[in-house]
Design a protein around this ligand. Structure first.
Ligand SMILES: NC(=O)c1ccc[n+]([C@@H]2O[C@H](COP(=O)([O-])OP(=O)(O)OC[C@H]3O[C@@H](n4cnc5c(N)ncnc54)[C@H](OP(=O)(O)O)[C@@H]3O)[C@@H](O)[C@H]2O)c1
Length: 266
């Protein structure tokens, strides 16, 4: 596993398991199996309705808490200071954890600054280790950091080979925020696994197109998370730390960037 040091000195695993769409026993089972395979970062959110299941999976894995990095997020309708404060406690309770490694504001809201105040307090109390935001574009990010006090450690945004967002990444890096990507496989909206460039490069390294796509993002300096409920795929996705792409290969893949969101979020 590779790690990225955040602006508060905490270490973010470069790759992790997303849990959007996972629920109930199969969620707990997937989380436990992924941790057993070596996943350290587990990404959940209040919105996913699965924090209890994720917590159960963590306990099932029997892996020591300090070896894991757990992310959650607060979203609407909990957009006031008081509600965000309560939701952090509810997340901790649901996950069955004493602290959460990274807690994000799920998307920009008019009240993001007061929600962030609640996260800052929880950080001070040791309930959250790192705080950040998600789905903030350039303008929203710049506006937010004007008076935020603590620069967000992370902005988690849509990021894949078709939407690299290099300008956002560079600008946030200059301010001290890491861009973490979601949907590296585009949630199936683009045929990543059949992309010729990725397949051809994969043949040279004995890797699949999916592994090349993930590796590219990591070498591009963007930690990422993907979800799978299949053990073989979980294994495959994690098996990307024993090779490197060449500068020429990176240049080739860069050509896939379409420069626009597939999800219409921005
Ligand atoms: N902050 C935000 O607003 C936000 C938004 C979206 C997502 N996220 C987070 O980011 C995580 C990842 O994004 P995502 O789950 O939406 O999309 P994704 O990772 O791009 O795609 C997941 C899909 O790819 C399939 N898949 C995974 N590995 C595969 C492989 N090796 N071969 C073939 N198919 C494979 C999975 O199917 P199977 O499960 O059937 O294997 C699943 O349908 C989420 O789970 C969530 O935690 C955050």
């Amino acid at each position: 596993m590779d790690y990225i040091t955040l602006n508060d000195e905490n270490r973010l695993p470069a790759f992790g398991l997303g849990t959007w769409g996972l629920r109930g026993e199969s969620c707990a089972d997937t989380v436990a199996k992924a941790i057993g395979l070596g996943y350290q970062l587990i990404d959940t959110a209040r919105m996913y309705g699965n924090e209890k299941d994720v917590g159960r999976g963590i306990r099932l894995s029997k892996v020591r808490r300090e070896r894991l990095f757990v992310t959650s997020k607060v979203c609407s309708p909990y957009t006031s200071y008081q509600a965000a404060k309560r939701i952090v406690e509810e997340s901790l309770d649901a996950l069955g954890l004493e602290y959460i490694d990274l807690y994000l504001i799920h998307e920009p809201y008019g009240t993001s600054p007061e929600m962030y105040e609640a996260l800052k307090e929880a950080k001070k109390q040791g309930l959250i280790r790192s705080i950040g935001i998600s789905n903030f574009n350039e303008a929203e990010y710049l506006d937010f950091i004007k008076g935020c006090g603590i620069i967000p450690a992370v902005n988690q945004v849509e990021n894949h080979v078709y939407f690299l967002r290099s300008d956002l990444q560079k600008m946030m890096k200059a301010h001290g925020t890491v861009m973490q990507g979601w949907a590296p496989f585009t949630e199936g909206m683009r045929p990543v696994f059949k992309e010729k460039i990725l397949k051809d490069i994969g043949k040279r390294h004995g890797k699949t197109a999916g592994q090349i796509a993930l590796k590219y993002l990591l070498q591009n300096g963007v930690p990422t998370i993907t979800k799978s409920s299949h053990v073989e795929r979980l294994k495959e996705n994690l098996d990307i730390f024993d090779f490197s792409l060449t500068a020429e290969e990176i240049k080739e893949i860069h050509g896939l960037d379409e420069g626009k969101s597939l999800f219409g979020w921005y």
